[in-house]
Design a protein around this ligand. Structure first.
Ligand code: SF4
Ligand code: SF4
Length: 278
């Protein structure tokens, strides 16, 4: 097909995606302002499709004083993130509507602890692993939906400033290792095969159920294998942010063999002996 024909065909395709096809870097400027007085206030929270991250759960469950499993059961719905059924969670909507369960008359009722996706909007981001590089690079783009009037507001700022204003960095820092796991799984492709049922369960627990993971690292089975001193264990048990990062390290070790948690020398022998006894 001639290049001219291809251009003509592209021109005739109606462009309907709200994602703006412009790659943005941190110091690029955007025009956007969302504020309480805007005519579309809350419009974006009335038709949601929000994927929840592990740090979103941590912040919200702490806010409500719930266990992670209680929060997940009450406010989220499971979905499969890929064809291998990697477990994902989406934010619940109010019954019979597509409105966020946390939307109140005066706006977001969990604003200080709103999920990463809400902080980013109307900025989108994507982690990409460049060919022949282990590092994951973030690229940004704008999502321009008709209902959102924030794009018409006369305020410009850089992507960096917008992210700072919305507290995106904190969320990204806490979720980075988890996102690495997902990217790694995705980039390994279908040839590596489906993860075992046990791997999926561990992914589920480490991602979305920090309270069960806390119990798990206190079991005899865990202690038998992993070499963690009492002081380090105590710190993990006392601090959920640190515990979450440890859960991601554990996940990388189990799924991809990235050894960052020391293993006891006699762990294998003990496990074999236990299996023989049972
Ligand atoms: S959590 Fe808050 S900001 Fe996010 S969709 Fe719900 S109401 Fe809107
Ligand atoms: S400006 Fe956009 S992000 Fe802000 S309330 Fe309106 S629709 Fe939502």
């Amino acid at each position: 097909m001639a290049a001219d024909d291809l251009t003509k065909i592209k021109e005739e395709i109606p462009y309907s995606s709200p994602v703006q096809p412009v790659e943005l870097m941190l110091d690029d400027e955007i025009q956007f302002h969302c504020h309480k007085g805007i005519a579309c206030f809350n419009a974006c929270c009335k038709n949601i499709d929000i994927q929840i991250t592990p740090y979103d759960i941590l912040r919200l469950k702490q806010r409500f004083g719930l266990s992670s499993s209680e929060f997940v059961a009450r406010y989220t719905t499971p979905f499969a993130m890929d064809f291998h059924n990697m477990p994902g969670l989406k934010m619940n909507t109010k019954p019979g509507t597509s409105e966020c369960v946390f939307l109140a008359e005066e706006g977001c009722s969990v604003y200080q602890d709103r999920p990463a996706a809400c902080r980013y909007y109307a900025l989108g981001s994507m982690g990409v692993r460049k060919k022949d590089s282990a590092a994951v690079e973030d690229i940004f783009f704008m999502v321009k939906e008709k209902h959102c009037l924030g794009h018409e507001e006369p305020r410009t700022l850089t992507v960096r400033e917008y992210r700072e204003e919305q507290g995106c960095d904190d969320y990204d820092d806490h979720n980075r290792a988890w996102r690495d796991v997902i990217l790694k799984k995705r980039s390994s492709g279908p040839t590596v095969g489906a993860p075992s049922e046990r791997s999926l369960q561990l992914f589920d627990m480490c991602s979305y159920d920090i309270d069960s993971f806390r119990e798990f690292i206190q079991t005899d089975g865990f202690e038998e294998v992993f070499d963690i001193d009492d002081e380090a264990r105590g710190k993990l048990l006392d601090n959920e942010e640190e515990l979450l990062q440890f859960a991601f390290r554990f996940l990388k070790q189990v799924l991809f063999g990235e050894m960052s948690i020391p293993v006891k020398d006699d762990a294998k022998d003990k496990r074999m002996a236990r299996r023989r006894e049972s």
